[in-house]
Write a protein that binds this ligand. Structure first.
Ligand code: TEU
Ligand code: CA
Length: 552
């Protein structure tokens, strides 16, 4: 039943609220996506991962689902969905849906019933505990701020929510709950969807004992919990193995060894995982809230570890960002006008010549930058707003510092409207957008990118075409060069006598190569016009060089 098509896929991630509005209500929708399918196909992507479009009260923009089988009216109707799917299949594209089953919305009918009576069939679909006197059952803190427990007076019990209190965690210990989820998955697959991106799938199993965590941290108990692999194998035999589909599990706090347990070849669980080791290198005293830059040697070590650690044993997913991360060019590249496009192309080269399936987050192919918000009133994201309230409210950070941190790491940086044109509201909507456009849309937009041969978009096309034709990119070994260099990220891929050397400058300086030999050969792609000197990398330069090697 299963083939490896997902290894050759190029995935384009859509955050539907911010992609394209078609009816002027300021919210992106399914019709808008249908109208832009050619744009995505022409880029070279053949799979779309769609963030949640289900019925939801939107406490967390759709990651709080109140009906798993309904389309949110903001996005359109089930008929619109069916048309999207058939228009995609007509173009030879596949659709991956977001599967959010660690938690539901508190407005899901299961929870509505669960919170009313311990007799309800649905009570045990969630995780309930008695308090400790007037205090919650343990000291766990929610990942979105405050305690991870919410008291329900009718029950005199608390329910667990790792995320917002409107996102109660589902109890995967309950076989009836699991059955409901598998049936729902089959329902979408029978409609024809081609896979799932599984939201925080490594959190679904919680231990029966729920002890206090160090500093209120629930991770030691909930990350890779006791039965998670049993559940995924069951899901695989009940659902996944019966369809020709792809799966990618979102897994915060994941190590290479743990990744092999989820996605190792022959494990019978998932095809791929997302880990966040490369995006999390700036985390510090205030968690993700920081204005720190990623140290390049550490970044290289992370990629080396994953490229070699999964080689021949599992398959990497390649991404710089998503709807939870700041913009790649702002975080890892350079926003300055003279370097923005160059560094966006460099990041494309650096990442997508590695082994694995490329994921492109909407707008990164234009080199879209962070939002540039300077006022808390511009933010919409519940995580950002809660963190501002908690950190500023407690006096841990002053307003100005927190606003600076938000401008670097808030999830809203990636959620501003997709920049289609230099027209009103970036061509995203004819109405009032649900979130303001970022500051860069007059200069950075798809209309312009399509028209200019030397654009980021056209560079992505070329790079993706090159990688598609290359067995070495798909199958080759990985060797990191000059691990301690603080400005150059260089590596070699080798396969059957061919070597590709990928040379990337992560700085605004001209850098001479300490050992220029690896730079010799045929240049397949470069983000500068005109040949430079082989032994020097210009600011934010990226080059892929092909050479032959003797097979001994
Ligand atoms: O994200 C899981 C997750 O780990 C995030 O909370 C992450 O730590 C944070 O966004 C970093 O800023 C997934 C979804 O991608 C996210 O959008 C949801 O809010 C979350 O799950 C809850 O469903
Ligand atoms: Ca709309």
């Amino acid at each position: 039943m299963t083939s490896d098509w997902w290894k050759d896929a190029v995935v384009y991630q859509i955050y539907p609220r911010s992609f394209q509005d078609s009816n002027g209500d300021g919210i992106g929708d399914l019709r808008g996506i249908i109208n832009r399918l050619d744009y995505i196909r022409d880029l070279g992507a053949n799979v779309i991962w769609l963030c949640p479009i289900y019925a939801s009260p939107n406490a967390d923009n759709g990651y709080d689902i109140s009906d798993y089988r309904a389309i949110h009216p903001d996005f359109g109707t089930m008929a619109d969905f069916d048309e999207l799917l058939s228009q995609m299949h007509f173009r030879g594209m596949r659709l991956v849906m977001d599967l959010v089953v660690n938690h539901s919305s508190d407005e899901h009918r299961w929870f509505q019933s669960a919170r009313q009576s311990a007799e309800s069939r649905y009570h045990d679909f969630y995780i309930w505990r008695r308090g400790r006197g007037d205090a919650p059952p343990n000291n766990w803190g929610s990942w979105f701020g405050g305690p991870a427990w919410e008291y329900v007076p009718e029950m005199d019990e608390y329910y667990l929510h790792i995320f917002h209190r409107k996102q109660p965690d589902l109890n995967w210990n309950n076989p009836e709950l699991r059955r409901e989820i598998y049936d729902m998955m089959c329902w979408w697959l029978n409609k024809g969807v081609d896979g799932f991106r599984m939201d925080v799938i490594n959190l679904i199993s919680k231990p029966d004992e729920l002890p206090d965590g160090p500093g209120g941290d629930l991770s030691p108990f909930c990350v890779n919990g006791p039965h998670v692999h049993e559940y995924l194998r069951e899901m695989n035999s009940e659902v996944l193995s019966k369809y020709d589909m792809m799966t990618v599990g979102e897994c915060p706090n994941l190590t290479v060894d743990a990744a092999l347990d989820y996605a190792g070849a022959g494990r019978g669980e998932l095809n791929m995982v997302f880990h966040f080791e490369h995006t999390g290198l700036t985390d510090g005293r205030f968690g993700k809230w920081t204005d720190a830059r990623t140290p390049l040697p550490a970044l290289k070590r992370v990629f080396e570890k994953w490229q070699t650690g999964l080689y021949g044993r599992a398959w990497n997913s390649l991404f710089w960002g998503n709807h939870d991360q700041p913009r790649a060019v702002s975080k890892f590249g350079c926003e300055l006008p003279e370097y923005r496009a160059l560094s966006a192309k460099m990041l494309c080269t650096c990442l997508y010549f590695m082994q694995g399936t490329p994921y492109i987050y909407q707008g990164d192919e234009l080199g879209m930058t962070n939002a540039g918000f300077s006022d808390i009133g511009q933010y919409r994201d519940v995580e950002s707003l809660n963190a501002y309230r908690d950190l500023v409210g407690s006096g841990a950070l002053d307003k100005r510092t927190m606003l600076r941190y938000l401008a670097c790491t808030s999830r809203d940086n990636a959620r501003t409207p997709m920049q289609w044109s230099s027209g009103a509201c970036a061509g995203f909507t004819s109405g009032d957008p649900w979130i303001s456009p970022g500051h860069s849309w007059r200069a950075v937009n798809a209309e312009r990118e399509l028209a200019e041969e030397d654009s980021v978009y056209n560079f992505y096309r070329r790079a993706l075409r090159l990688r598609k034709e290359s067995r070495t990119v798909r199958e080759g070994t990985f060797r990191l060069l000059w691990p301690d260099d603080e400005r150059i990220f260089a590596y070699e891929r080798e396969y059957e006598g061919e070597r590709l050397t990928i040379l990337c400058n992560f700085s605004s300086e001209t850098v001479p190569l300490s050992e220029p030999d690896p730079a010799l050969g045929e240049c397949l792609i470069c983000n500068y016009f005109g040949e430079g000197e082989p032994e020097v990398l210009r600011p934010w330069e990226a080059r892929v060089v092909r050479s032959e090697v003797q097979i001994s």
